[in-house]
Design a protein around this ligand. Sequence first.
Ligand code: NAP
Length: 263
Amino acid sequence: MLRIALIGAGRMGQAIVSEIATSPDLILAGVCVREGGESAAITRLSALGVSPDVPVLSRPQDILRNADVVVDFSLPDACESVANAAGRQGIPLVCGLTGIDARGRSALRDASAHIPVLYERNMSLGIAVMQGLVRQAASVLGSDFSASIAETHHRHKRDAPSGTALQLGEVLAAGRGQPFDSVYYYDQDGTLGPPAAGDIVYSVTRQGENPGEHSVIFASDNEVLELTHRVTNRRVFAQGALRAAAWLVSQPAGYYGLSDLVA
Ligand SMILES: NC(=O)c1ccc[n+]([C@@H]2O[C@H](COP(=O)([O-])OP(=O)(O)OC[C@H]3O[C@@H](n4cnc5c(N)ncnc54)[C@H](OP(=O)(O)O)[C@@H]3O)[C@@H](O)[C@H]2O)c1
């Protein structure tokens, strides 16, 4: 039985709880929520069938004690404290957060000196495959084709462009042999002027409850190549994260992504 400590009981946290409930090899060891959010979370979790014996607490270190692995789907401000606690307590960490800052990223890197850390901004296998296709297309088509990335997510999403859209852009730029920062173009408020030739142009839509849609479009004067990935149910992220957790517990300390698991 693999004991999972969960950080965050929002949309993704609840999807993880539902997946654990249907998996005979997994058990929910505890849930960490924001301080003050414990009783609302207990109500939400008990509606999903979580036993009252499962601790719901606000300090990550308190729920890591009884866990084999921790899965973080909270929000970026929790990243550093969760990575530090997991590193100190020797508990492998799967982090699915998007929009984390430099401090969060370096906390994950530091923890990976002591424990296995898997960080992935999109836990779906389809996106892992799409990244390979984008890299290949970018390297063959080069900068003669314009490139744009369009993403759509539910209206609650806080970061933009999405972590996945940024990751696809990084792979695209790497396929062309360019530094991503030099070709990233996202004119959020219409003040940047037109993009330069070779820029990767982002567009972002927030609407309804869309769990995530990404398109990468390469275009010349005479043809258009469009690669699209559409999530139809956020269960896909929960299943990917739990598959990653089961794999991660037998890995040595280090920094991993989903591509290591599917390689
Ligand atoms: N990697 C992937 O495949 C993937 C897929 C989907 C989403 N995501 C990312 O996963 C994260 C969660 O997404 P979501 O849709 O579930 O968001 P959400 O519905 O807003 O849930 C996040 C939850 O985390 C809680 N939280 C915030 N700070 C916390 C802390 N310090 N300790 C414990 N819990 C805390 C929030 O509580 P409050 O409401 O009180 O702030 C909220 O309940 C986001 O970064 C999202 O972009 C990743």
